[in-house]
Design a protein around this ligand. Structure first.
Ligand code: OOG
Ligand code: MG
Length: 267
């Protein structure tokens, strides 16, 4: 794909995204401001953001996929999955607190997370390939945060915003890949004790392992590979839920335990 914007334009956008993500500020859609801003531009901005963060010592731990379930695609009115990166400092401990002060408009979504056991030099083609390369699978809550007003965005813009990545919580009872059927895990989301979301793990591409097949293909096209120890969030299984300071969230995964987080304004 050829990139239509100049290097300087892409760098300026990446600095804006960085500032908004770091300080919990809003962004205007790059597609509204720059004619020709397409998905390739979105990933170019995301790559610049990643390089900026790594230069500041933030450690890349893996990837997230977004918009992998029908529920999420319908909620966001976008019909193609996207990828983003996640860093070590985005992690919130299971049962811990997440300050909202530096977030714009946080939402939570239950996800299945994978930890890869070894470097994967070639493309993973099947779900069985994925399972063979997986150390464990764990319940997760992704805390997304679109820097765009009301989560109204298009595909190139959300990609530039690192697919709304903000924080994540990994917890519950991690399982070995041969211990569970990833198509049929029931998931319930509780907000302050009230059920606000329900799904089966198969809502994500029929089997969340498919996300890793897609991710592996995307990385291969970019000339990158999946490193051993990579953590991957496979995408929200049901609609994301808006949260604010004072909320307690618990995602309950059948046979995999609970993962929980509480929101406070600041530490
Ligand atoms: C985009 C990110 C989507 C998911 O799991 O579907 C995502 C958004 O909804 O803001 O993380
Ligand atoms: Mg997500």
């Amino acid at each position: 794909m050829t990139i239509t914007l100049s290097k300087d334009q892409l760098s300026a956008i990446a600095l804006h995204v960085d500032e908004a993500q770091t300080n919990g500020r809003s962004l205007t859609l790059p597609t509204a401001e720059h004619e020709g801003f397409d998905i390739a531009c979105g990933y170019a901005v995301q790559d610049l953001l990643r390089a900026q963060w790594q230069a500041r010592g933030r450690r890349l731990v893996g990837y997230k996929a977004g918009l992998t379930s029908r529920a999420k695609m319908a909620q966001m009115k976008v019909d193609t999955p996207t990828f983003g990166f996640i860093t070590a400092d985005m992690a919130v401990p299971d049962g811990g607190v997440c300050p909202t002060k530096l977030l714009s408009r946080p939402r939570v979504e239950p996800e299945i997370a994978f930890l890869m056991k070894r470097d994967i030099p070639s493309r993973l083609l099947t779900e069985a390939d994925v399972m063979a390369a997986t150390e464990f699978i764990a319940p997760a809550i992704e805390i997304i945060d679109s820097r765009y007003a009301d989560y109204k965005f298009d595909l190139p813009s959300v990609v530039a915003d690192n697919s709304s990545s903000a924080r994540y919580v990994i917890g519950g009872r991690p399982r070995r890949p041969d211990e569970i059927d990833l198509r049929t895990i029931g998931i319930i989301v509780l907000q302050n004790g009230e059920i606000v979301g329900e799904a089966a793990s198969g809502a994500v591409l029929g089997n969340p392992a498919r996300t890793i097949v897609m991710l592996s293909g995307w990385l291969a096209e970019r000339g990158e590979t999946l490193a051993g120890g990579s953590l991957i969030l496979t995408g929200g299984a049901c609609e994301a839920r808006l949260v604010s300071a004072g909320d307690s969230i618990c995602a309950r995964f059948q046979d995999m335990g609970d993962v929980a987080v509480r929101f406070v304004e600041k530490d």
